[in-house]
Ligand binder design. Sequence first.
Ligand code: 6PG
Length: 224
Amino acid sequence: MELLVHEDKAEVAAAVSRRVGGIIDAATDMVTLGLAGGSTPRDAYERMATEIDDWHKVDAWLSDERWVPMDHERCNGAMAAMALMDRVPATFHRPPWDPDLTPEASAAAYDATLHSIHAHKSPDVVLLGIGDDGHTASLFPGTEALEVRDRWFVANHVPQQGEDRLTATYPLLWSAKLLIVMAVGQSKAEALRAALQGQNPAGRIGEGDAAVEWYADREAASLA
Ligand code: 6PG
């Protein structure tokens, strides 16, 4: 794991945009890019939309999603589309949502999609965030998805959020070439400290083959 500390949220966004742009620009074939949800990545996505070319090489997907309609204000895919994906010629693979679909069926379909875009390769880059409670993607403390080892993407009921989520599992994250985690703000300081000690779900992403780079502002890194 590598911790890269930047002055503030804007510098974190700029650094992540540069890092992802360097990978896409250098690629000689297709690149897969897992996108994080939540609020932290939005600034980075907006920079990536104008600072990176070659988006035609990119198959983008979501490292987790809330079980809400695809245009809902809480929908991670809608946020990523508005900030980035609707502005660039990448292919954006999103988990299906339908009133008649179950989270389990959506996750199973998306698991198949992820395996199809990674038929002969591991995920290139996965962007993640970290919650105050130490979750990443929708791998929340005490939830069943933490234990899944036979699938890449599953539905996960999160009682502490009172909702169903869809999430990448550890096997998917562990198989990636690079995981980039963004942490911004004082509220993330304890979770980041614990993660660097491997003491919460976010801290376990380093247990596989993936290289892990943490991009934090000074506040989030203040206890690291
Ligand atoms: C989600 C995210 C989640 C997020 C953290 C941090 O669906 O909420 O994928 O894992 O990265 O909760 O969220 P913020 O960036 O809003 O602090």
